[in-house]
Design a protein around this ligand. Structure first.
Ligand code: HEM
Length: 367
């Protein structure tokens, strides 16, 4: 039988048709083309994609965290030794631990930059006040994750962090009961903080994150401040399209892969450290950088500062959308607020540098 040769163009056409059919079959079932809804072009700029980068950071943390949990023992007797095991024996343990550590630090930085972008572009204003508050609770949950992760190493730094936690729990009275061994004497606090790190905070974070994303979808990403202000003054409404969410998602994933590459290199070049075995009754370490702005206050005013300084900071941030009621969003039309923001940022950086420059002090048992 004679075989008709397929011309090159026919072959390409046939494979394109096959791909279109496969895509149509998948899309019919999963509705993926629904992701190609319009978003403004500026959503792909670095300032407006920081939240998405943070989200991909959380995915990296979840995957690496599950691997670490295979080898970690959440008891005071075995915790530190199990971290030593992860670093030296567990398959890829040292690299995975390093990626987890560096990603946590980068995620903290991208959250703060995300918050800063929203502050500068006035994107917390109507109708996004509720989402600003939802975002603040994500910040608190992330700080809780970093704190509990620090305790779990069960080295001198982790042990001291737990000591501070217990003291802060006492100061909170009935509210801090969960942090006291009176709650359940048979289970060491480390076990409960481990549960907070791997179950309670991630579950809570996932729910709050879903609320955050639903609200972003509901309001759409905020327009550029100059365009929004022009609209307030009677100009044209800002553009709501220019790109698609699918393209935005691909860009986010690109940044996510970049973060994975950067943290892998960091994990190799600067592996995550583990301090000495804890010596009860001594205080020789300082907290991780994101908690350092509170450290000088603790030195000056004692442990209660650990409650009231973050409360004032979070309280002021929570009130922001309800105090700043002007419809304008451009920094140039919000000069006083921009100046206050700059003073706060410079003060926080100054406090971190001050804390780094000064020797650690003892606080526990000195209330
Ligand atoms: C776990 C941390 C967080 C994640 C993963 C996250 C994620 C996101 C994403 C993906 C967006 C869409 C636009 C963008 O990327 O800028 C967004 C928008 C937003 N986020 Fe977050 N966010 C987090 C924390 C925060 C914090 C700490 C705040 C403020 C206190 C905040 C407030 C907002 C607001 C108000 C919007 C709307 C901004 C606009 O429309 O321009 N978020 N967030």
């Amino acid at each position: 039988m004679a075989v008709t040769p397929i011309a090159h163009g026919d072959w390409g056409e046939a494979s394109a048709t096959r791909w279109r059919r496969t895509w149509a079959a998948i899309d019919e079932r999963l509705g993926l083309s629904g992701l190609a809804y319009p978003v403004p072009e500026h959503a792909n700029g670095i300032g407006f994609i920081l939240g998405g980068i943070t989200f991909f950071g959380f995915l990296i943390l979840a995957v690496t965290g599950v691997w670490l949990a295979q080898f970690y023992h959440p008891t005071p007797e075995a915790a530190r030794e199990s971290v030593v095991y992860i670093m030296n024996v567990a398959p890829a343990g040292d690299i995975v631990r390093g990626i987890h550590f560096w990603t946590a630090n980068i995620v903290m930085a991208t959250i703060l930059l995300h918050l800063g972008r929203i502050f500068v572009t006035g994107s917390y204003k109507r109708p996004r006040e509720a989402n600003w508050l939802v975002g603040l609770s994500l910040l608190a949950i992330t700080m809780g994750l970093i704190f509990t992760g620090t305790v779990m190493k069960w080295d001198q730094e982790g042990y001291e962090a737990l000591g501070h936690n217990v003291e802060a729990g006492k100061l909170l009275g009935a509210l801090g009961f969960w942090f006291s061994s009176d709650f359940e004497a048979n289970l060491p606090l480390l076990g409960r903080l481990y549960m907070a790190h791997v179950v309670i905070l991630p579950a809570l974070g996932t729910l709050v994150l879903i609320a955050h994303f639903l609200l972003v979808k509901r309001h759409g990403i905020s327009s550029l401040p100059a365009q929004a202000d022009a609209a307030v003054d009677g100009g044209p409404a800002p553009a709501k399209s220019g790109s698609t969410f699918a393209a935005h998602l691909v860009r986010m994933a690109g940044f996510g892969l970049l973060m994975l590459a950067a943290t892998t290199v960091l994990a190799i070049v600067l592996p995550a450290m583990l301090g000495a075995r804890p010596i009860p009754g001594t205080e020789t370490t300082k907290p991780p950088w994101m908690f350092l702005p509170f450290y000088p206050f603790e030195n000056w005013f004692g442990l209660p500062a650990l409650i009231w300084v973050p409360s004032i900071l979070f309280g002021a941030l929570a009130l922001l959308p309800f105090i700043d009621r002007s419809p304008y969003r451009s920094p140039a039309r919000r000069r006083v607020l921009m100046a206050i923001g700059a003073v706060v940022v410079v003060s926080l950086v100054g406090l971190v540098l001050f804390a780094i420059a000064n020797a650690p002090q003892s606080h526990i048992g000195k209330m």
